[in-house]
Design a protein around this ligand. Structure first.
Ligand code: SF4
Length: 365
């Protein structure tokens, strides 16, 4: 019987988040032990298959074309390039490859066909394949599932209220609709957010309400600490405290007991002791590799040293769910529909995004 609760309220989540720390840790660690092996951590490698030049205005993101950051954009990688990176990731202990493309949404055509081929290729390496490609339609989700996709990542980022302070080029409902489209397939959902963007604790709880009331809850939830990149609207944000990170991880573990809680961006700012506390509080997944799309991340050897120190073991692939089958492109039952879904563009004015855009323009002159 699924004992997971789906009717969480902001008040109930805040009560958990604000508990005395030792109580919070004890409760989270107890739930973690009941539902997961506490000494196993799933390791993913993130590959930026298409970097930079994005049309969106996400206030935290150095890949948005409108801001002036030191990101060098590149065209979509080839299938062979991605395969080579996946093989290296597998050899170093990763069970999952997550392919990220700086797109607003997926468009049917050559580039998407190439991504589908990447999915087929990596699934055949017996690794879990995840994609994060922006908004997708139901048909696109089905084509990814048929290629052998294991997970689709689409973060809610923050609460619905605070989302409007960070992004103006798309709405929260678009995110939920994309997650809904993924749920029409057997692909698992990876969705989480970022703390340290200037949001309140209520916003953090609001994001957890949005995630935990999904039924089923996401199989994976990344908790990122903002890496404030120069040139982005959030460049002046102070690094989030480790105590906030531990509280967020522990609260996520309690309200989403089956979910793999993913310690994501911002780990370079955390000590090993801090990360150990996060694992104790219920984090059971990390991203490995020295960059996370475009921001720094601990070296894989450093992570393996930390695992040894803490007695942690990388999780084998397909432990939580069986390996999907891959259908070859020539056998596919789905066609490219060339749909033009009406994803929203609220376009309200976010002052700090506008300022960063103007600064970007003047620096590019
Ligand atoms: S987070 Fe994604 S959608 Fe937003 S600007 Fe960056 S690459 Fe584009």
């Amino acid at each position: 019987m699924d004992e997971t609760r789906h009717n969480w309220t902001k008040e109930a989540i805040l009560e958990i988040y604000n508990k005395p720390l030792m109580e919070l840790l004890y409760e989270a660690a107890t739930i973690h032990r009941l539902r997961h092996d506490p000494n196993t951590v799933q390791v993913s490698t993130l590959v930026s298959i298409k970097t930079g030049g994005c049309s969106e205005d996400c206030g935290y993101c150095p890949q948005a074309a409108r801001y002036h950051t030191n990101i060098e954009g590149n065209a979509l990688m080839s299938v062979q390039q991605v395969k080579a990176q996946a093989l290296r990731a597998k050899a170093s202990g990763s069970s999952r490859v997550c392919m990220g493309a700086a797109w607003r949404n997926v468009k049917d055509g050559k580039a998407f066909d190439q991504v589908l081929e990447m999915v087929r290729t990596i699934n055949k390496l017996d690794m879990e394949v995840c994609c994060t490609l922006g908004m997708i339609t139901e048909n696109q989700a089905k084509r990814l599932a048929e290629a052998g996709l294991y997970a689709y990542n689409h973060n809610l980022d923050t609460s619905e209220d605070y989302y409007k302070e960070v992004i103006s080029t798309r709405g929260y409902q678009d995110r939920l609709d994309t997650i809904g489209n993924v749920r029409k397939t057997n692909v698992t959902v990876c969705s989480g957010g970022i703390i340290g963007m200037g949001e309140t604790v209520e916003d953090r709880a609001g994001m957890l309400v949005a995630l935990s009331t999904l039924n089923p809850q996401p199989e994976s939830t990344p908790i990122n600490a903002l890496v404030a990149v120069e040139g982005t609207p959030l460049e002046d944000q102070k690094p989030v405290s480790i105590w906030d990170m531990v509280r967020m991880v522990a609260t996520t573990r309690i309200v989403m007991p089956e979910t793999q809680v993913r310690l994501s961006a911002g780990r370079t700012q955390m000590s090993r002791e801090g990360q150990a506390l996060c694992f104790f509080a219920g984090a059971n997944s990390i991203f490995a590799g020295d960059t996370l799309l475009t921001t720094p991340n601990p070296d894989i050897n450093e992570d393996m040293d930390m695992f040894k120190l803490l007695g942690l073991t990388p999780q084998k692939p397909f432990i939580k769910k069986g390996q999907p089958e891959t259908v070859e492109a020539s056998q596919s039952q789905y066609q490219a529909l060339e749909e033009k879904p009406k994803w929203t563009r609220p376009k309200h004015v976010i002052e700090r995004n506008e300022l960063a855009k103007e600064k970007g323009k003047s620096l590019k002159l």
